[in-house]
Design a protein around this ligand. Structure first.
Ligand code: PLP
Length: 427
């Protein structure tokens, strides 16, 4: 076969784009060479519908060991009693949980999309909003933190079957204990989607959803720095949600329901090459080096937020406890949408994403905000001092939004800066 130059040329260009630019998308990261190697391995050739020891295909003896290792490692990482490592993505993990615990038309509570929630937490264009009946809680107008009182009121009124903690654009920690009290009063299950802060939770730097949450879902490719994918977890003291006699029995039953909801409920054959890469990433995340990395991610984010504030931008909630922050552009540049800022920063090789801000008056296609995060640039080896320079460059572009000469100069500075960080610190 001739080499597919069309595709490999494009992969080469993307590789260069990733190396030359400043990557600030809060949900992205750079994986280690071992994670990449496992993902590109012969495991992609194998069909393995089912679970270790219970497959629908022969020849799964090594695949079973790979998947079992992934399960054991992620259980250790999150102190979980049950793990399913097969979800192809975070959205798939959430779909499986909803299939397991909700019936079509059932009410559930999630954070409003424009207040930081995720599509799968009840957006009307997503299965979660099409098949079920989502009710949204919000953040407060005064300080941009989750409005637990509103959540409690809604739970009492709507009697949801499920309450979801977690978000895509929220820079503060979660009060899982308080949410559990709300869930218990309403007779609801509590789920945390920790896709974004997973790395902080794994390293004990943010509140742990266990023992408060019945079920936890996550992606593996954001702060966790693994391959693109999802996981579902349950804690060691899962309590009886179904009125069964023994909590142990309930946990077993629930784990079977969740497994069936992943396969055959919402997926076919698992991506075992990705599961192998997840296992590698989990082992990396158990290391002391990863703990240091996560601390640097947070230190960088704190400095970055202060720098934005220093330049006159409004950071929602006034700072960050994690890796990300949401900037409301209306205070400093009310005429500029998030879309314009995103597109102009791309010209300077700085990648961020436009994002709705709480109480936004622009559409999701325009937005009044941007979201930025530090996981990827921290993997490249950047420290606090570099954050000042990065925010300075972003500000230069925003203040000269129509000046192509200034933007070209910033792009040169960006490329020069990134040439000083030629490697991922991991390798
Ligand atoms: C909170 C949250 N949940 C779920 C997802 C979905 O993950 P995926 O893109 O892997 O489907 C995301 C992705 O951004 C997310 O932020």
């Amino acid at each position: 076969m001739q080499r597919d130059t069309a595709i490999f040329d494009l992969i080469g260009k993307e590789d260069r784009r990733q190396m030359e630019g400043i990557e600030l998308i809060a949900s992205e990261n750079f994986v280690s060479s071992q994670v990449m190697e496992a993902m590109g391995s012969c495991l992609t050739n194998k069909y393995a519908e089912g679970y270790p020891g219970k497959r629908y295909y022969g020849g799964c003896q090594f695949i079973d060991e790979v998947e079992t290792l992934a399960i054991e490692r992620v259980k250790e990482l999150f102190n979980a009693e049950y793990a399913n490592v097969q979800p192809h993505s975070g959205a798939q993990a959430n779909a499986a949980v909803m299939l397991a615990v909700l019936k079509p038309g059932d009410v559930f509570l999630g954070l409003d999309l424009s207040h930081g929630g995720h599509l799968t937490h009840g957006s009307f264009v997503n299965y979660s909003g099409i098949l079920y009946r989502p009710v949204a809680y919000e953040v407060t107008r005064e300080n941009g933190v989750v409005d637990y009182e509103m959540m409690g009121r809604l739970a009492e009124k709507e009697k949801p079957r499920l309450i979801i903690a977690g978000a895509s654009a929220y820079s503060r920690d979660w009060d899982y204990r308080r949410m559990r009290e709300i869930a218990d009063r309403a007779g609801a299950l509590l789920m945390a989607d920790i896709a974004h802060p997973a790395g902080f939770i794994a390293t004990g730097m943010l509140n742990h959803p266990f023992p408060w949450c019945h079920i936890v879902t996550s992606t593996t490719h954001k702060t966790l720095r693994g391959p693109r994918g999802g996981i579902i977890l349950m804690g060691s003291d899962f309590e009886n949600p179904w009125g069964l006699k023994t909590p142990k029995g309930a946990a077993k039953m629930m784990s079977q329901i969740l497994d069936s909801a992943v396969f055959p409920g919402t997926q076919g054959g698992p991506l075992e090459h990705v599961i192998a890469a997840k296992a590698v990433a989990f082992e990396e995340a158990l290391s002391e080096g990863y703990r240091k990395y996560m601390k640097q991610v947070r230190d960088n984010a704190k400095v970055m937020a202060q720098e934005f504030i220093g330049h006159g931008y409004k950071v929602i909630s006034g700072g960050t406890d994690n890796h990300s922050m949401l900037i409301d552009l209306r205070t400093k540049v009310p005429d500029l949408s998030g879309k314009v800022v995103e597109n102009t920063l791309v010209k300077a090789d700085i990648t961020i994403n436009k994002n709705m801000v709480p109480f936004d008056d622009r559409s999701p296609f325009q937005t009044s905000g941007i979201r930025v995060g530090t996981p990827a640039i921290t993997t490249r080896g950047m420290k606090e001092i570099d954050m000042k320079e990065v925010v300075g460059l972003i500000n230069e572009v925003i203040m000269n939004i129509s000046d192509d000469k200034v933007i070209a100069l910033v792009k040169q500075k960006v490329n020069d800066m990134m040439a000083k960080f030629p490697k991922f610190t991991w390798d």
